[in-house]
Design a protein around this ligand. Structure first.
Ligand SMILES: [Fe+2]
Ligand SMILES: [Fe+2]
Length: 232
């Protein structure tokens, strides 16, 4: 059985073993927008050195147990473009469409009620709403322009369509970098969603849902940048 080593990139590891994203997140290693550098290079560049050997051991141990438990990796290279697009629509776009508006009400509520005692909630409120607006516009562009073109290409294999897709992908990747940066800033503002002492239920729920938003979005961007768009 092949396990992972320091010449592998975080993007390639998460592609085979999606749960590795949890360990990369804990170690603050980017696996989506900047996930295409080998682990060795990442550990050399990081200002705060990370223990890459320990991280790899954790990932490999977890990967082996995951396989032994009968889990099967999805071979994304075998999945058709339409299947991947539909997977993204159901698991990520639909999630955002259901989640962003109710979550906005909670982020607003905790800012209103606790903003004077916890001033960082003002910046969180602002950044979340920039994220929301950007993401909503981004979903429209993918669903209206990009995804139909990808499905059209699958049927026709027309190189002109592939060229259009590749141009659109560049803009989508820029959007991903921007929203990824906003998620990082929100995480820093809240010290990785650390709750203050005596936090009320709304505060707890808002932070838990923001964390879920972060996880879901990193997976979403990973599937688009590192798998779907790589074909064009
Ligand atoms: Fe998307
Ligand atoms: Fe996207």
């Amino acid at each position: 059985m092949k396990t992972f080593d320091i010449s592998d990139t975080p993007a390639a590891i998460v592609k085979v073993f999606p749960k590795a994203s949890d360990f990369f997140k804990q170690a603050k290693v980017d696996f989506c927008c900047g996930g295409n550098q080998p682990l060795l290079e990442i550990s050399e560049k990081k200002k705060k050195k990370i223990d890459i050997d320990a991280l790899l051991t954790t990932i490999n141990d977890s990967y082996v147990s995951w396989l032994e438990a009968g889990n099967k990796q999805i071979d994304w290279d075998e999945v058709t473009y339409s299947e991947l697009v539909d997977h993204i629509l159901v698991n990520h776009h639909q999630y955002l469409q259901n989640e962003l508006t109710p979550l906005s009400q909670f982020v607003t509520k905790i800012y209103k009620v606790h903003g004077s005692a916890h001033p960082h909630l003002e910046s969180l409120f602002k950044k979340f709403h920039v994220f929301k607006m950007e993401m909503e516009g981004h979903l429209i562009e993918e669903e209206r322009d990009l995804f139909p073109l990808i499905k059209q290409y699958e049927e026709t294999l027309d190189p002109q369509i592939a060229e259009k897709i590749s141009l659109l992908n560049e803009t989508m990747i820029e959007d991903h970098e921007y929203v990824g940066e906003l998620l990082k800033e929100m995480n820093q503002l809240t010290n990785d969603y650390e709750l203050p002492e005596g936090a009320c239920n709304s505060y707890r729920m808002t932070y838990a849902r923001l964390q879920e938003l972060e996880d879901n979005t990193y997976q979403h961007i990973h599937l688009e940048n590192n798998i779907l768009f790589k074909n064009f």
